[in-house]
Design a protein around this ligand. Structure first.
Ligand SMILES: Cc1cc2nc3c(=O)[nH]c(=O)nc-3n(C[C@H](O)[C@H](O)[C@H](O)COP(=O)(O)OP(=O)(O)OC[C@H]3O[C@@H](n4cnc5c(N)ncnc54)[C@H](O)[C@@H]3O)c2cc1C
Length: 338
C-alpha cells in the first residue's frame, strides 16, 4: 500500500457527511465497511469531505480507518446545496478515479449520490444492507432488498466506475475507533463562486428538535395492536421511564397515530438499540428488517403465533394494555400514575 496520491491500490471512498462541522455517524459506519472491502481488494480507504471550516473532522476520519481525506473547504459549501456539492465531489471522482464510493443513505446522501452517479456516468445501488467483494470478479457485491422486502438482490456494477452504493444509518455496525491515527489531508479547490449557485438560503427557520430514533438506546415501539393514538401515551410513558423513544410500525403511521419519523422498517428507519420493545406488532419482514440488529428484543403480543416471537429474546403473550402498565410500574418502582 503506497502513501501518496499516485497509489495504484484501489481506492475505497467514503463520503464524510457533516452538518455545522459535525460528522454524521453513518460516515464512520461506512468507514468500517470500507475497511473490510479494502482488506479484500488490497485497497486503501479514503474520505471525501466538503464544507466550510471542517478541519476538526479529518483526524477523526483517520481514527476510523481513512488513510487520506480529500477536503474541499469553501464558504460556498457552508450549507448543503446539491449543485456545488455534486460538482465538487464529481471533480474529485474524475481526478482520483476511486474503485468504490460509499455514501450514507441520509436525506443529503440520497440527493447527492444520485447526482454524482449521473454526472460521472456510473451505477448506484441504493439502500444496501450488505457490501462484500465478489471473490471471483473482485468487484463490489451490493445486496439490497427488492420486491417489497421479500427478496434480496445482489447487484454488480461491472463496467463503470466508481461502483457506488448508499447504506442507511445503523444498517452497518459502528467500528471501534483508534485513539489516534495518522493520515494525509489533500486540499482541493471547488472552482465555483457563490454567484454561480442558483439556489440561495434566504433564511433558516429551525424546526422542531430533530427526532433521532436511529441512534436511540431504548425504543418502545407500537403496532396496529395499540388500537389508536391514545395508546401511544402509554408507550411514551414507558419509553420516558426507560430513557428511550417511541417507535412504530407502518400502519400506525398511515393511520396518523404518530409521525413518520417514528417509523421503523424497510420504508422507515433502521435501528439498533440496546433494547427494543415491540408491542402489538406482528413481525412482518418489512418491519423486522429495520430492527433485527437490536441487542435485546422484548415482544408483547396477544397472539402466541405472532412471527415477532421468533426473533424475540423475551416473549410476552398477553394484552399489551395489561403488560405495559405493569412494566411502567416495575420500572418506576411501583409509582405508576394511573
Ligand atoms: C413495500 C412495503 C414496505 C413496507 N414498509 C414497512 C415499514 O417500513 N415498516 C413497517 O412496520 N411495515 C412496513 N410495511 C407493512 C408490513 O408489511 C406490515 O403490514 C406491517 O409491519 C404490520 O404492522 P403491525 O405489525 O403493526 O400490524 P399487524 O400485522 O396488523 O399486527 C398487529 C398485531 O397486534 C397484535 N395485537 C392486537 N391487539 C393486541 C393487544 N391488545 N395486545 C397485544 N397484541 C395485540 C396482533 O396479534 C397482531 O400480531 C411495508 C409493506 C410493504 C408492502
Amino acid at each position: 500500500m503506497s502513501d501518496d496520491t499516485t497509489t495504484t491500490a484501489p481506492r475505497i471512498w467514503v463520503f464524510i457527511e457533516q452538518e455545522d462541522g459535525k460528522p454524521h455517524p453513518v460516515s464512520w459506519e461506512l468507514m468500517g465497511a470500507a475497511g473490510q472491502l479494502a482488506a479484500d481488494l488490497d485497497g486503501v480507504v479514503e474520505g471525501v469531505l466538503l464544507g466550510h471550516q471542517v478541519s476538526d473532522i479529518p483526524p477523526e476520519a483517520f481514527c476510523y480507518g481513512a488513510k487520506r481525506v480529500y477536503v474541499i473547504d469553501d464558504p460556498v459549501l457552508e450549507i448543503y446545496r446539491n449543485l456545488p456539492y455534486a460538482l465538487g465531489v464529481s471533480k474529485l471522482v474524475k481526478q482520483y478515479t476511486p474503485e468504490i464510493f460509499l455514501v450514507g443513505a441520509t436525506t443529503l446522501g440520497r440527493d447527492l449520490a444520485s447526482s454524482i452517479a449521473t454526472r460521472v456516468r456510473t451505477g448506484l445501488t441504493a439502500d444496501c444492507t450488505e457490501l462484500t467483494i465478489d471473490p471471483q470478479k473482485k468487484i463490489l457485491a451490493a445486496t439490497r432488498p427488492t420486491f417489497g422486502g421479500n427478496l434480496m438482490a445482489t447487484i454488480l456494477c461491472r463496467k463503470h466506475r466508481p461502483q457506488m452504493a448508499t447504506v442507511r444509518p445503523r444498517v452497518l455496525t459502528m467500528p471501534e475507533p483508534l485513539a489516534t491515527a495518522d493520515g494525509e489531508i489533500i486540499h482541493e479547490i471547488l472552482g465555483m463562486s457563490e454567484e454561480e449557485v442558483p439556489v440561495k438560503q434566504v433564511r433558516f427557520i429551525a424546526g422542531e428538535e430533530k427526532f433521532n430514533i436511529e441512534y436511540a438506546d431504548v425504543i418502545v415501539a407500537g403496532g396496529k395492536g395499540i388500537g389508536g393514538p391514545d395508546g401511544f401515551k402509554l408507550l411514551e410513558e414507558l419509553a420516558t421511564a426507560l430513557g428511550g423513544v417511541v417507535g412504530a410500525s407502518r400502519p400506525v403511521i398511515d393511520a396518523g397515530w404518530v409521525g413518520i419519523d417514528h417509523q421503523v422498517g424497510q420504508t422507515g428507519k433502521t435501528v439498533r438499540p440496546k433494547l427494543y420493545i415491540a408491542a402489538g406488532i406482528s413481525g412482518a419482514v418489512q418491519h423486522t428488517v429495520g430492527m433485527n440488529g437490536s441487542d435485546f428484543i422484548v415482544a408483547i403480543n396477544s397472539d402466541p403465533n405472532a412471527p415477532i416471537f421468533q426473533m424475540a429474546d423475551v416473549s410476552i403473550v398477553g394484552d399489551l394494555y395489561e403488560v405495559i402498565p405493569e412494566m411502567i410500574k416495575q420500572v418506576k418502582g411501583g409509582h405508576h400514575a394511573e
